[in-house]
Design a protein around this ligand. Sequence first.
Ligand code: NAD
Length: 437
Amino acid sequence: MGNKKNQPDDQIFTDAIGRLDQAFEQDHLDPEVLERLKYPRAALQVSVPVRMDDGSLRVFEGYRVRYDDSRGPGKGGIRFHPNVSLSEVKALAFWMTCKCAVVGIPFGGAKGGITVNPKELSRLELERLSRGFIQQIADFIGPETDVPAPDVYTNSMIMGWMMDEYSKIRRQHTPAVITGKPIPLGGSLGREDATGRGAYYCIKELESRRNWKPEKVRVAVQGFGNAGQHVAHLLHGDGYRIVAVSDSQGAIYKPDGFDVASLMYMKNESRRLKAVYCDGSVCESVDAQQLSNAQLLELDVDLLIPAALENQITVDNATRIQAPVIVEVANGPTTSEADKILNAQGTLVVPDILANAGGVTVSYFEWVQNKAGYYWPLKEVHAKLHTIMQREFGNVHNMMQHHGTDMRTAAYMLALSRIGDAISAQGTDRYFSAENR
Ligand code: NAD
């Protein structure tokens, strides 16, 4: 990614909260709400000493940020990545705050992360790191205060270790402290593909509004991980042509479209897409062209789905983006400067805080099920997710049309009005002003 090196330390966060001012200009929010949302409620920085398999000791830095809890407990994933920084975690926690408000679920926003390359650790080292992190943040999180979940390079197995560690510390089974757990430990059915499925429901809304014929829609997906694979798979099932996919090692392109199930099998068996084009016979059988990640973003396609990491569409490449529609499955893939260029080009961007909200929505379902001790069938999870995504896509779309703005600004306006309602209900200057006393 290399973005962290190019940016002043707090740039990602500053860029993220810059969206607030844009939405504020369009709407008449209480200025106190805006001021409150420019600062995280609390940020914790920890160090996690881990005994490595060879007997040596390594210390990893980690963070947990609770951005806002006006609408409910903080909610947001834990990321393991070498580029994790406090600025990034604050930005991600801010986005979570807005995301939970956009889909109307009763959570605030939070995020966590450890600066680590998890691919360099053995499974036992990873488990010690995960449990060690929970030991450091146990007093900061909890089912009623701040509820973590998976993010980049963390998964249900890691959530299971973390829940187990927290339960040991509290001396009681506490499944609702974390979501995205394995099913036998209180996970929800439908969590695994929820982010991709939520984005898919958004795309189905676009399909009906724009009269798309799926077989004519060429799709490029940047980042063939959890979220990217599932949205590609669901779209492919409806006849969409998935013509390009990528991972951290590079991209592959096939104008007729890939068989996504085979790609998923190969990626998940070999851990890298490269095997798809590098392993001789497989290479010939898939007949794919090799591209760089930068080339994938600039392909002549109808729908571009960034599903890797932030800051992928920037001032450097925005003018070369040809896709007329971008559905942001990753968090923050487009910088605000790039956004201006895309808007001027007439590109429709379905923003991350709406398009990838399926994951946190099913996380909310998991938390509800854990608290109730009663578990729902898969069909019910899908139906409830569909209802929420369809409703909130419609709300954001209507707001965009009503205010003549772009979809991202509309999503922020919706989020801010909901967060603003909660903050105002707790009392602001207007409430305490002399005439109301
Ligand atoms: P993941 O770790 O499963 O997958 C990430 C994928 O991106 C991997 O295949 C990796 O190889 C690839 N990648 C990394 N760098 C890349 C690059 N420069 N170019 C192309 N591909 C690259 O992670 P995920 O859970 O699928 O998350 C992906 C994005 O979606 C992140 O921004 C995350 O914050 C966001 N997101 C995920 C969820 C979720 O529930 N998984 C929910 C909301 C948002």
